[in-house]
Write a new protein. Structure first.
Length: 231
């Protein structure tokens, strides 16, 4: 979301409302989906970089990304270790279609499997993933415990869950964070995760350049939180 509105607003007339932008960020759809996906790639680049710095993978690991958008970053993830098997699930049919087109090589090699769905009802067997990660996803969990319990179900004991988000004090000032966004501070996130069997291992926050949205400058930052599933 870093440069999202700055580049999105001039493209469409009339100017998209914050409510419309929030709806598209939650679930890209319709004529705007392609542009939304491309803009999210740009705005999420720094968060992906931050999360990938922390993503510890071993050869042959099975890795799940929740909310992968148009799948722009799967190739970078695939290079983290030899023989990885990547999986992705996304709530948007438009994004699943775009991601399959963008990653035909990985799919044909059997290194990537994509599905449409929600993280509170995952179509995977129990205890198969060595790592799970998501970028700018947990804002849209109305009932986070339902998602975390299901994510924990498909993770191996000791597997790690990496989340990339914007800090609450940054997000709550942005014009598109409508009621669709459930904003939580890192202490609340840690508490909710702990209640669902996850232990916080590490947190890193990085300041990013300010952006201008609707004529106003906003400070920006990114944060990666690393959790481990308890045995």
């Amino acid at each position: 979301m870093l440069q999202f509105l700055k580049k999105l607003l001039p493209k469409f007339k009339p100017t998209p409302t914050p409510e419309f932008v929030a709806q598209q960020l939650r679930k890209p759809h319709g004529a705007f989906a392609k542009t939304i996906g491309e803009r999210m790639n740009e705005s999420n680049r720094s968060l992906y970089k931050l999360v990938l710095q922390h993503l510890e993978l071993q050869p042959g690991d099975q890795v799940l990304e929740i909310g992968f958008g148009n799948g722009h970053f799967f190739k970078e993830v695939s290079q983290k270790a030899e023989g990885l098997k990547l999986y992705g699930i996304d709530y948007s049919a438009a994004m699943v279609k775009a991601a399959r087109k963008k990653n035909l090589d990985l799919i044909r090699l059997g290194q990537l499997e994509l599905k449409m769905g929600s993280s509170d009802n995952l179509p995977y067997a129990a205890g198969i993933f060595d790592a799970v990660f998501c970028i700018n996803v947990i804002y849209f969990w109305d009932k986070p415990s339902a998602h975390l319990q299901e994510i924990g179900r498909v993770m191996k004991p000791g597997a790690r869950f990496y989340i990339g988000i914007r800090p609450k004090d940054i997000m709550e000032k942005l014009p598109f964070t409508t009621l669709l966004f459930k904003l939580r501070g890192k202490d609340e996130i840690q508490r909710i995760f702990a209640e669902c069997g996850f232990e916080l291992i590490h947190t890193q926050e990085e300041t990013e350049p300010p952006v201008i949205m609707y004529g106003t400058a906003y400070d920006m930052a990114g944060m990666c939180m690393v959790f481990e599933k308890k045995a």
